[in-house]
Design a protein around this ligand. Structure first.
Ligand code: SAM
Length: 271
């Protein structure tokens, strides 16, 4: 790992403007929910198990500098640490860092993670060619700009992917997920309900598992509605491929994850 490239925390600039305050409130509540006693089984449930497996396969044996973009309660940082070989250092960035700050207390190798309050809609606070890899789990398509709608809003996603490209070292990889354009919460709910019948899960969590599922479905439904209103940028896989290729990414690979409601993508910045 190239230690000389490490950015000191105080050098990292961030800015949260008013237009995001409503979104910040939404995600703050969501992150609070997923680390609460009722919400935690969601992050430990089948949907996330499937994500972890898919992301893990794309990660291989990561080393060097990694960015967990939109880290929430740090699930992706933990996946990277579990798969790491050799030296690893992770930056975990989010507009809401309360979850990460609380969760990091449970992480064995917490010293390997630097939490940064970051607004991913703005220029990312990292130098060019800095990261060996970036993971963005269900985040880039949720970036918004209140004054932008329709076509312009698509630009927010593209700008974020451009920033990812800029911040990656040549040969670096981007691993990210996005809900499908026509994702359907009801389908996800049915998938999870089947899982509720698993006796070992039921023994562990009891009837509160039902509440977890319903509350999680309520959040995903809100997200789905925002996507339908055009607040979030939910695109067909082919449209995303066009954007990624126009930026310069190559070697695109896709996995169908999250009860077939999301795409997991790996893209490479050419060496
Ligand atoms: C669906 S959650 C995913 C969290 C985490 N990646 C996970 O796997 O559980 C979306 C995350 O994106 C973050 N987020 C939303 N808008 C953001 C922005 N403009 N800049 C940085 N993070 C943002 C939210 O705070 C939230 O933690």
């Amino acid at each position: 790992m190239v230690k000389s490239q490490v950015v000191e925390r105080e050098e990292i600039k961030f800015m949260i403007d008013d237009s995001i305050s409503e979104e910040l409130k939404f995600w703050h509540e969501f992150n609070q929910f997923t680390r609460s006693k009722i919400g935690r089984p969601y992050l430990e449930g089948r949907l996330y198990e499937e994500l972890k497996k898919g992301v893990g396969e794309f990660l291989g044996s990561p080393e060097g500098c990694w960015f967990d973009a939109g880290c929430g309660n740090l699930p992706a940082s933990k996946w990277i640490l579990e798969k790491a070989q050799g030296d690893i250092q992770i930056w975990a960035g989010d507009i809401d860092i309360d979850g990460a700050n609380e969760e990091i207390r449970q992480v064995k190798d917490a010293h390997l993670i630097t939490i940064v309050r970051t607004d991913l809609r703005e220029g990312w606070p990292f130098p060019n060619d800095f990261f060996d890899g970036i993971v963005g789990n269900h985040v880039f398509t949720f970036l918004t700009k209140s004054q932008k709608t329709g076509e312009e809003a698509n630009g927010v996603l593209k700008e974020a992917l451009q920033e990812a490209y800029r911040a990656l070292k040549p040969g670096g990889i981007l691993i990210w997920t996005m809900p499908k354009k026509n994702a359907n919460t009801l389908y996800g709910l049915l998938h999870t309900l089947r899982y509720l019948l698993d006796p070992s899960r039921w023994r562990k969590h009891g009837p509160s598992l039902l509440l977890t599922t319903l509350k999680a479905a309520r959040y995903t439904r809100k997200i789905e509605r925002k996507g339908k209103k055009g607040i979030y940028t939910l695109l067909e896989k082919e449209e995303c491929e066009r954007i990624l290729c126009s930026i310069g990414f190559t070697d695109l690979e896709w996995k169908d994850v999250f009860a077939k409601q999301s795409w997991l993508n790996r893209a490479k910045k050419p060496a």
